[in-house]
Design a protein around this ligand. Sequence first.
Ligand code: UT7
Length: 325
Amino acid sequence: MGSKIIGLGMYVPPKTMTNEDLEKMVETSDSWIVERTGIKLRRIAERGSATSDLCLEASRLALADAGVSPSEIDIIIVATCTPDMPLPSTACFLQKKIGAGRAFALDLNAACAGFLYALSTADAMIRIGRGKKALVVGGEILSSVTDFTDRNTCILFGDGAGAVVLSECPDGEGVLSCHLYSDGNLWELIYAPGCGTVNPCGPEIVEKRMHAIRLAGNEVFKQAVTKMTEVSLEALQRNGVSVADINLLVPHQANMRIISAVGKRLGVPDEKVFVNLERFGNTSAASVPIALTEARERGRMAKGDLVLLTAFGAGLTWGSALLRM
Ligand code: UT7
């Protein structure tokens, strides 16, 4: 047995933050941001809304798309690095809000690679018989861990959620393979030092903006290009397919230059690479399921297509998955 995606959904909050808005907050310009990242706009959640609220909206749409009721869900996995609270898990809040009474629910944090880690985990659970249907969600309110006085990071991130419903299927359909990697030695390239056990939350931590994401942009950039290319090739090799067989590449939406470099190294033509980061920025774990949902909505992906996913994030973490839609 394997698993396949039978429903897709996404949600982004209505409030937008443009590059022009950021020009008023830090020393930056629309032209710099567009040229260096490709981002024009990001969505920002209202203060007081929870990551699980965004996940709920995306999940409702994914379940409706699948024609599956919440009571049929056995497994809920939420990939997030911005949970509602340290405990309980955001997945438990989502379970309550959506009414998936019989599911077991857990969070998973692999930062921007989180959705691929969650997809792989849910797929493996279905394969070993832990359940037949899973709700796999990537959701983030990154604006809650963004330092809006730091121009190196505040231009990059946005809020949102994407969800898929995975269902048991015969082997050789759906999720064909997943490939995951981590390198904790390089944790200092992207991290948020405050409000964990090492630097417990307090006024001083927040004052020093230690709750916010710090990024060695240039080094992350190089690592992201190398690792996403390598792990994408691994997915193709494992399945005995060539780049020409791929109908669509759906990469993590961090930076247009990273996406272009990965596409170029793999030899995937631009028209087979899905990009929507100009409107949402980097939404971390939400980026891949949001992109997948939009790709199908825009007619870029059809039943039977071979779709390659790849992502890279803090940890470091990275991965790929090859899907037969
Ligand atoms: O989701 C996975 C994790 N994240 C990523 O994948 C992000 C990966 N990294 C990147 O996307 C890029 O490295 C950035 C967009 C973050 C930065 O682009 P870059 O081309 O690597 O620029 P840089 O950091 O090398 O900075 C170049 C210059 C610097 O000025 P000097 O030192 O050359 O005078 C920066 O201070 O640009 C300056 N700079 C800015 N200027 C205007 C940095 N941020 C800004 C800004 N506006 N917002």
